[in-house]
Design a protein around this ligand. Structure first.
Ligand code: NAP
Length: 297
């Protein structure tokens, strides 16, 4: 926003419940200020029974677009005019773009992860072998987008094996990648398939909340010798800045990446769809870091 709200100000926002702790308003409003764009980004507390009315309001009020977060990412899909191929495969929408009254749903989480990976580690997915720990919503976005971006092999490991099996079947059916499920590392006994898969991968992505603030002392019980130079190790957790998973990776010479970049670039990609201009990434990152880490000091 340049000089406050005017008659021409375009409105963006986020629909969720709860919404009070979202970092998106700080990040997007900093971006609008940095570029002197006459836009504003507002948090909207939307209860499930009001989701349809809220989506209709995007059209009725002429909002430029909104983000969608818990618990509406799946429920919003049938309320839109169209969803992108990747959002349909991921099974969740986090961004709605109002194209003159036609609502397009997209999912920028997976592409946000890919952009962070490229910017921070220079790893290109084509032909690579990846290992995903977890099979929840974030894992789906990351695994499917990596598969669409050309990875050759996706190993999946989840505490509830059935969820990993479902994701593996989807990836193998709908993308050119081959997905395989291996056991969850419970630290009890050595599993040669799990160890072999972890040793063969170029990229390992930790997508569970294990090790997240305030449980910083928790970590996964991975087999010995997994982390090594040449491996890229990502943890989608961004608070703390370095989880024990990432600390072990760094100490063994692997390239670590935390979840802040994914959070930043999923926002940057939404911003670019609403405004049509490149996102001011540095300004967004500064605002994000200030709001994420002020919560815990
Ligand atoms: P979700 O859909 O609820 O999935 C949670 C996943 O973690 C499932 O695979 C679950 O396994 C597993 N899990 C949870 N607690 C576990 C435990 N104690 N032991 C083993 N596995 C456990 O959640 P989500 O949306 O995917 O989010 C997961 C994490 O990613 C959170 O920490 C979130 O903050 C982070 N995230 C980061 C970004 C980013 O931009 N950096 C974006 C989205 C999410 P089961 O299937 O067995 O329950």
């Amino acid at each position: 926003m340049k000089n406050g709200i005017s008659g021409r100000t375009r409105v963006c926002g986020i629909f969720g419940c709860p919404i009070g702790h979202s970092f998106s308003p700080a990040m997007h409003n900093a971006a609008f200020t940095a570029l002197s764009l006459d836009f504003v980004y507002v948090p909207f507390l939307v209860e499930s029974e009001n989701l349809r009315a809220a989506v209709e309001a995007v059209k009725a009020l002429g909002l430029a677009g909104v983000n969608v977060t818990i618990p509406h990412k799946q429920a919003v899909m049938p309320l839109l005019d169209e969803v992108t191929e990747s959002a349909a495969l991921i099974g969740a929408v986090n961004t709605i773009v109002n194209q003159k009254g036609y609502l397009l749903g997209d999912n920028t989480d997976g592409n946000g992860f890919l952009r962070a990976l490229e910017e921070e580690t220079r790893l290109t997915p084509t032909g690579k072998t990846v290992f995903i720990l977890g099979a929840g919503g974030a894992a789906r976005a990351v695994a499917i987008q990596l598969a669409l971006a050309g990875v050759k092999k996706v190993y999946l490991s989840n505490r509830s094996r059935e969820r990993a099996e479902q994701l593996a079947a989807l990836i193998t059916k709908k993308t050119k990648a081959v997905a395989e499920v291996v056991s969850w590392p419970d630290g009890k006994e050595e599993d040669w398939r799990l160890t072999g898969a972890l040793r063969s991968c170029d990229l390992v992505v930790q997508t569970t909340p294990i090790g997240m603030y305030p449980d910083n002392s928790l970590t996964l019980q991975l087999p010995e010798g997994i982390f090594r130079p040449g491996l890229v190790a990502c943890d989608l957790v961004y608070n703390p800045v370095e989880t024990l998973f990432l600390k072990s990776a760094r100490q063994a010479g692997a390239t670590p990446m935390n979840g802040l970049g994914m959070l930043l670039y999923q926002g940057a990609l939404s911003f670019e769809q609403w405004t049509g201009v490149p996102a001011p990434v540095e300004a967004m990152k500064k605002a994000l870091i200030a709001s994420v880490y002020k919560l815990t000091g």
